[in-house]
Design a binder for this molecule. Structure first.
Ligand SMILES: CC(C)(COP(=O)(O)OP(=O)(O)OC[C@H]1O[C@@H](n2cnc3c(N)ncnc32)[C@H](O)[C@@H]1OP(=O)(O)O)[C@@H](O)C(=O)NCCC(=O)NCCS
Length: 179
Protein backbone atom coordinates (compact mmCIF):
# COMPACT_ATOMS: atom_id res chain seq x y z
CA UNK A 1 0.00 0.00 0.00
CA UNK A 2 1.34 3.47 -0.86
CA UNK A 3 1.98 5.91 2.03
CA UNK A 4 -0.68 8.27 0.56
CA UNK A 5 -3.34 5.52 0.51
CA UNK A 6 -2.41 4.47 4.06
CA UNK A 7 -2.70 8.11 5.25
CA UNK A 8 -6.13 8.44 3.55
CA UNK A 9 -7.40 5.26 5.28
CA UNK A 10 -6.04 6.32 8.68
CA UNK A 11 -7.59 9.80 8.30
CA UNK A 12 -11.07 8.20 8.26
CA UNK A 13 -10.44 6.21 11.44
CA UNK A 14 -11.61 7.17 14.90
CA UNK A 15 -8.95 8.39 17.28
CA UNK A 16 -8.68 6.30 20.44
CA UNK A 17 -6.70 7.04 23.58
CA UNK A 18 -4.95 4.53 25.83
CA UNK A 19 -2.10 4.45 28.35
CA UNK A 20 1.36 4.31 26.78
CA UNK A 21 3.18 0.97 26.76
CA UNK A 22 6.96 0.33 26.56
CA UNK A 23 6.57 -0.84 22.95
CA UNK A 24 5.20 2.58 21.92
CA UNK A 25 8.63 4.22 21.98
CA UNK A 26 9.05 4.17 18.20
CA UNK A 27 5.68 5.91 17.68
CA UNK A 28 6.45 8.55 20.31
CA UNK A 29 9.91 9.08 18.85
CA UNK A 30 8.22 9.70 15.48
CA UNK A 31 5.72 12.22 16.95
CA UNK A 32 8.46 14.16 18.76
CA UNK A 33 10.80 14.10 15.74
CA UNK A 34 8.28 16.30 13.92
CA UNK A 35 9.23 19.98 14.10
CA UNK A 36 5.62 21.15 14.21
CA UNK A 37 5.09 18.95 17.29
CA UNK A 38 8.28 19.49 19.35
CA UNK A 39 8.55 23.24 18.69
CA UNK A 40 5.33 23.87 20.65
CA UNK A 41 6.74 21.94 23.62
CA UNK A 42 9.90 22.09 25.72
CA UNK A 43 11.34 18.96 24.06
CA UNK A 44 14.58 19.20 22.08
CA UNK A 45 14.77 18.54 18.32
CA UNK A 46 16.36 15.35 16.96
CA UNK A 47 15.38 13.08 19.86
CA UNK A 48 17.01 9.67 19.89
CA UNK A 49 14.96 6.48 19.82
CA UNK A 50 16.92 5.39 22.90
CA UNK A 51 15.67 8.43 24.86
CA UNK A 52 12.06 7.40 24.25
CA UNK A 53 12.79 3.71 24.78
CA UNK A 54 14.20 4.35 28.26
CA UNK A 55 11.48 6.89 29.17
CA UNK A 56 8.76 4.36 28.41
CA UNK A 57 10.60 1.29 29.73
CA UNK A 58 11.04 2.72 33.21
CA UNK A 59 8.50 5.46 33.91
CA UNK A 60 8.98 7.27 37.22
CA UNK A 61 6.40 6.68 39.97
CA UNK A 62 3.41 9.03 39.70
CA UNK A 63 3.97 9.95 36.05
CA UNK A 64 1.26 9.00 33.53
CA UNK A 65 1.47 9.02 29.74
CA UNK A 66 -1.37 8.56 27.26
CA UNK A 67 -1.20 8.00 23.51
CA UNK A 68 -3.74 8.87 20.80
CA UNK A 69 -3.97 6.22 18.09
CA UNK A 70 -5.49 6.04 14.62
CA UNK A 71 -5.60 2.33 13.93
CA UNK A 72 -2.18 1.05 14.99
CA UNK A 73 -0.46 4.40 14.41
CA UNK A 74 0.45 6.64 17.33
CA UNK A 75 -0.54 10.18 16.36
CA UNK A 76 -0.14 12.07 19.64
CA UNK A 77 0.71 11.91 23.29
CA UNK A 78 -0.19 13.57 26.58
CA UNK A 79 1.66 13.43 29.89
CA UNK A 80 0.52 14.04 33.44
CA UNK A 81 3.39 14.67 35.86
CA UNK A 82 3.80 15.71 39.50
CA UNK A 83 4.16 19.51 39.45
CA UNK A 84 6.78 19.51 42.24
CA UNK A 85 8.49 17.29 44.80
CA UNK A 86 7.05 19.08 47.82
CA UNK A 87 4.25 17.21 49.65
CA UNK A 88 2.51 20.59 49.97
CA UNK A 89 2.10 20.57 46.17
CA UNK A 90 0.92 16.97 45.96
CA UNK A 91 -2.48 18.22 44.75
CA UNK A 92 -0.93 19.78 41.60
CA UNK A 93 0.10 18.04 38.38
CA UNK A 94 1.49 19.44 35.17
CA UNK A 95 0.22 18.62 31.70
CA UNK A 96 1.93 18.37 28.31
CA UNK A 97 0.41 17.45 24.93
CA UNK A 98 1.77 16.96 21.41
CA UNK A 99 0.16 15.75 18.19
CA UNK A 100 2.07 14.84 15.00
CA UNK A 101 1.92 17.59 12.36
CA UNK A 102 -0.20 15.69 9.84
CA UNK A 103 -2.77 14.95 12.57
CA UNK A 104 -3.08 18.41 14.09
CA UNK A 105 -6.55 19.96 13.90
CA UNK A 106 -8.26 16.55 13.59
CA UNK A 107 -9.44 16.02 17.15
CA UNK A 108 -6.49 14.14 18.67
CA UNK A 109 -5.71 16.95 21.11
CA UNK A 110 -9.33 16.99 22.31
CA UNK A 111 -9.37 13.21 22.70
CA UNK A 112 -6.14 13.31 24.75
CA UNK A 113 -7.30 16.20 27.00
CA UNK A 114 -10.65 14.51 27.55
CA UNK A 115 -8.95 11.26 28.67
CA UNK A 116 -6.38 13.07 30.79
CA UNK A 117 -8.82 15.36 32.63
CA UNK A 118 -11.23 12.46 33.19
CA UNK A 119 -8.39 10.38 34.64
CA UNK A 120 -7.18 13.20 36.92
CA UNK A 121 -10.68 14.26 38.06
CA UNK A 122 -12.05 10.80 38.66
CA UNK A 123 -9.11 8.73 39.79
CA UNK A 124 -6.29 10.83 41.22
CA UNK A 125 -6.15 13.20 44.18
CA UNK A 126 -5.45 16.12 41.90
CA UNK A 127 -7.05 19.48 42.53
CA UNK A 128 -4.93 21.65 40.24
CA UNK A 129 -3.73 20.91 36.69
CA UNK A 130 -1.17 23.36 35.37
CA UNK A 131 0.84 23.98 32.23
CA UNK A 132 2.75 26.55 30.23
CA UNK A 133 2.06 27.29 26.58
CA UNK A 134 3.83 29.66 24.16
CA UNK A 135 1.81 32.87 23.95
CA UNK A 136 1.52 32.61 20.12
CA UNK A 137 0.21 29.00 20.19
CA UNK A 138 -3.43 29.88 19.53
CA UNK A 139 -4.55 26.34 18.80
CA UNK A 140 -3.18 24.98 22.07
CA UNK A 141 -4.57 27.90 24.10
CA UNK A 142 -8.02 27.36 22.52
CA UNK A 143 -7.82 23.65 23.34
CA UNK A 144 -6.87 24.26 26.97
CA UNK A 145 -9.61 26.90 27.46
CA UNK A 146 -12.12 24.36 26.10
CA UNK A 147 -11.16 22.05 28.98
CA UNK A 148 -11.44 24.73 31.66
CA UNK A 149 -7.85 26.00 31.89
CA UNK A 150 -7.55 29.70 32.66
CA UNK A 151 -4.61 32.03 32.03
CA UNK A 152 -2.81 33.07 35.21
CA UNK A 153 0.00 35.23 33.81
CA UNK A 154 2.91 35.45 31.41
CA UNK A 155 6.46 34.24 32.00
CA UNK A 156 8.73 36.41 29.85
CA UNK A 157 11.67 34.90 27.91
CA UNK A 158 10.73 31.56 29.46
CA UNK A 159 12.28 29.20 26.89
CA UNK A 160 14.62 29.26 23.93
CA UNK A 161 12.75 28.42 20.73
CA UNK A 162 14.74 28.23 17.52
CA UNK A 163 17.24 30.87 18.61
CA UNK A 164 14.83 33.29 20.33
CA UNK A 165 13.60 33.59 23.87
CA UNK A 166 9.84 33.09 23.83
CA UNK A 167 7.14 34.05 26.34
CA UNK A 168 4.70 31.51 27.74
CA UNK A 169 1.30 31.78 29.31
CA UNK A 170 0.85 29.98 32.62
CA UNK A 171 -2.55 28.26 32.63
CA UNK A 172 -4.28 26.19 35.29
CA UNK A 173 -7.54 24.37 35.88
CA UNK A 174 -8.98 23.62 39.31
CA UNK A 175 -10.97 20.40 39.51
CA UNK A 176 -14.64 21.15 38.83
CA UNK A 177 -17.09 20.20 41.59
CA UNK A 178 -14.64 18.39 43.92
CA UNK A 179 -16.49 16.03 46.30
C1 LIG B 1 -1.88 22.06 20.36
C2 LIG B 1 -2.30 20.65 19.97
C3 LIG B 1 -2.01 19.69 21.10
C4 LIG B 1 -3.83 20.64 19.70
O1 LIG B 1 -4.21 19.34 19.31
P1 LIG B 1 -5.01 19.13 17.93
O2 LIG B 1 -5.25 17.70 17.75
O3 LIG B 1 -4.24 19.83 16.85
O4 LIG B 1 -6.34 19.95 18.23
P2 LIG B 1 -7.87 19.46 18.00
O5 LIG B 1 -8.05 19.07 16.57
O6 LIG B 1 -8.21 18.45 19.02
O7 LIG B 1 -8.63 20.83 18.23
C5 LIG B 1 -8.86 21.28 19.54
C6 LIG B 1 -9.33 22.71 19.52
O8 LIG B 1 -8.26 23.55 19.12
C7 LIG B 1 -8.82 24.67 18.43
N1 LIG B 1 -8.22 24.73 17.12
C8 LIG B 1 -8.08 23.71 16.21
N2 LIG B 1 -7.44 24.17 15.13
C9 LIG B 1 -7.16 25.48 15.36
C10 LIG B 1 -6.50 26.50 14.64
N3 LIG B 1 -5.98 26.25 13.43
N4 LIG B 1 -6.39 27.73 15.20
C11 LIG B 1 -6.90 27.98 16.42
N5 LIG B 1 -7.53 27.05 17.17
C12 LIG B 1 -7.66 25.82 16.62
C13 LIG B 1 -10.30 24.50 18.37
O9 LIG B 1 -10.87 25.17 19.48
C14 LIG B 1 -10.43 23.00 18.53
O10 LIG B 1 -11.64 22.61 19.08
P3 LIG B 1 -12.95 22.45 18.11
O11 LIG B 1 -12.56 21.49 17.04
O12 LIG B 1 -14.00 21.89 19.03
O13 LIG B 1 -13.27 23.80 17.60
C15 LIG B 1 -1.57 20.19 18.68
O14 LIG B 1 -1.90 21.05 17.61
C16 LIG B 1 -0.07 20.11 18.82
O15 LIG B 1 0.45 19.11 19.27
N6 LIG B 1 0.65 21.16 18.45
C17 LIG B 1 2.13 21.14 18.54
C18 LIG B 1 2.66 20.88 19.93
C19 LIG B 1 2.05 21.85 20.91
O16 LIG B 1 1.93 23.02 20.63
N7 LIG B 1 1.68 21.32 22.08
C20 LIG B 1 1.12 22.13 23.15
C21 LIG B 1 2.18 22.38 24.15
S1 LIG B 1 1.61 23.47 25.44
Amino acid sequence: MTPGRRAAILARMDITVRRAEPGDFEGLWRVFSDESAYSGTLQLPLPSRELWRTRLADPAEGHYRFVACAGDEIVGSAGLHPAANSPRRAHAMSVGVAVAGSWQGKGAGKALLSALTGFADGWLHVFRLELTVFTDNERAIALYRKFGFEAEGTHRAYALRDGRYADVLAMARLRPKPR
